[in-house]
Design a protein around this ligand. Structure first.
Ligand code: NI
Length: 165
């Protein structure tokens, strides 16, 4: 495994629509492994392939809603799509490609996604709260959308510190 460089918001690659993954080969596995290492090192909750300069439809989402005592797990989603969403949440959202900046973004409270694993098998995953937010945020990256364009407004340090926004 190897760390990959995370592109920041001035890189044009972050604003391009990504192509589907068609080959579930060792190269894809290497990409996903490298992304997992990069995500862990950066202490993030999600990472999309375009953030490491690969314009393909693959993302990682850290499932944080796990029973106490169980480790958080990284979900690999290849060619993901949201098939159901419900409810609403409005909260602070950030991105490893936009370090230090948080915006107020409205997202569904719950989503169900359909995706392929690294071998091409289809599966479904559900997320609620932060995990739902993360699914939506990472899937947006595959469309070339960075959260700042969806944010109602960017939050100030005072608002972030107080948690009131
Ligand atoms: Ni992001």
């Amino acid at each position: 495994m190897a760390l990959r460089n995370i592109l920041t918001q001035d890189e044009p690659a972050l604003y391009k629509k990504c192509r589907p993954v068609t080959d579930f080969n060792p190269r894809l596995h290497q990409l996903l492994d490298d992304m997992a290492e990069t995500l862990t090192k950066a202490n993030g909750v999600g990472l999309a392939a375009p953030q490491v300069g690969v314009l393909r439809r693959a993302v990682l989402v850290l499932e944080t809603n796990v029973p106490e005592g169980e480790p958080e797990r990284v979900i690999e989603l290849v060619n993901p799509e949201i098939i159901e969403s419900s409810g609403e949440q409005n909260g602070a959202e950030g991105c490893l490609s936009v370090p230090g900046e948080y915006g107020l973004v409205k997202r569904p409270m719950k989503v169900k996604v359909r995706a392929q694993d690294r071998f091409g098998n289809w599966f479904e995953a559900e997320g609620e709260g932060l995990t739902a937010r993360c699914f939506c945020h990472e899937l947006d990256h595959l469309e070339g959308i960075v959260f700042t364009s969806k944010a109602e407004r960017i939050l100030s340090q005072e608002e972030l510190d107080s948690g009131e926004y």
